[in-house]
Design a protein around this ligand. Structure first.
Ligand code: ATP
Ligand code: MG
Length: 319
């Protein structure tokens, strides 16, 4: 069914993940954009329970515009309910969402696609007792003398730590909350922080200008991400042409190999200006005023409202 200005559209945001607040900010922005664009039947819905989703049918919602981040919102869970309800939605399918939400699985796919990604170990309740911090430190810390510890499936740098000694690593292994999530212990790659967005324009996955982020903090943490002035944006990133093309090719390859669709954003660290290491994929990247994707779109001449409309037009069912 073609989307018209009269289509009943629900912007789904908020949710119950650690990224709830960011998602609400994104949701309000997208809702306002749809309003400015002249869509007359739009609803802003904070998804806190299954009833909010079942309620979409009662409201006769015809399309769901997803701005939900993190667990339950970006990992295939909402997507599954929308498939059952037969409501077309923006973003990736159940499978694409759950693969890209899982940083460990994403790394497996990157490796099999010949794309660099930091060496890592998956820490779970099952192996926690047998992981030897000293040995792991020697294996992963290398010349940079640091490792990253981060949840396998969270975002916004929540519970993400840069660890600088084997003692600190030992402490973290014993104290991270593995009931909530498995964790990655990852080789630290020092280099330039790059992010790449792909947007389906007229059914064609298109790479937007690459953005370099220079956080004032030690890494791109929560504060650096969401506080104006805490991160310098360099857009388009100044990188050699052949490296830029390699990153673009890798990103398109990953978009396909992880079953992403509609749009997605991929984070990299560029080591020594020549080796791009993939950190992760976001299948529903942020849409706040300081978010990366809207800035990248703007750099290629696509203003915020137009971006929202392009995303809206990608809404579909996948089953
Ligand atoms: N292996 C690593 N080497 C260097 N820096 C890292 C590494 N892992 C994470 N970081 C730093 O932590 C930030 C957050 O990591 P990552 O992108 O993997 O997780 P995220 O919290 O899911 O991010 P997002 O908010 O983009 O969803 C990175 O942008 C980077 O600054
Ligand atoms: Mg990231």
């Amino acid at each position: 069914m073609p989307i018209t200005k009269k289509t009943n559209i629900a912007v789904l945001c908020g949710g119950i993940s650690n990224e709830r607040e960011i998602s609400s900010r994104s949701g309000k922005n997208c809702f306002s954009a749809l309003d400015r664009l002249g869509y007359s039947n739009i609803f802003l819905i904070d998804v806190k329970s299954i009833d909010d989703l079942i309620g979409l049918k009662e409201k006769q919602i015809e399309v769901a515009f997803l701005v939900t981040h993190g667990k339950w919102g970006e990992d295939g869970a909402i997507q599954g309910v929308l498939e059952w309800l037969r409501i077309p939605y923006t973003g990736s399918s159940i499978l694409g969402s759950s693969i890209s939400m899982d940083k460990w699985l994403t790394k497996r796919i990157a490796i099999s696609s010949n794309i660099l990604t930091p060496k890592a170990l998956l820490l779970t309740r099952t192996n926690k007792e047998v992981v030897n911090a000293q040995k792991l430190w020697t294996e992963l810390s290398g010349n940079n003398k640091a490792v990253f510890v981060k949840p396998k499936d969270d975002g916004s740098s929540v519970n993400t730590f840069k660890i600088k000694s084997s003692e600190e690593l030992d402490y973290k292994i014993k104290n991270v909350d593995l009931e909530e999530s498995d964790y990655l212990i990852e080789e630290f790659i020092s280099g330039r922080e790059l992010t790449v967005s792909i947007l389906e324009i007229n059914n064609k996955p298109t790479v937007l200008p690459i953005l370099e982020l220079k956080p004032k903090n030690e890494f791109y943490d929560y504060q650096a991400k969401y506080t104006k002035g805490m991160t310098e944006f360099i857009l388009p990133a100044q990188i050699e042409k052949n490296i830029k093309e390699e990153i673009e090719d890798n990103s398109l390859k990953l978009f396909l190999n992880t079953y992403c669709s509609s749009f997605a954003r991929m984070d990299y660290i560029l080591y020594e200006n020549r080796e791009p290491y993939l950190l992760e994929i976001n299948s529903l990247p942020g849409m706040t005023d300081t978010s990366d994707l809207p800035a990248q779109a703007k750099c290629s001449g696509i203003e915020y409202d137009e971006l929202v409309e392009i995303i809206l037009k990608t809404a579909r069912l996948h089953k």
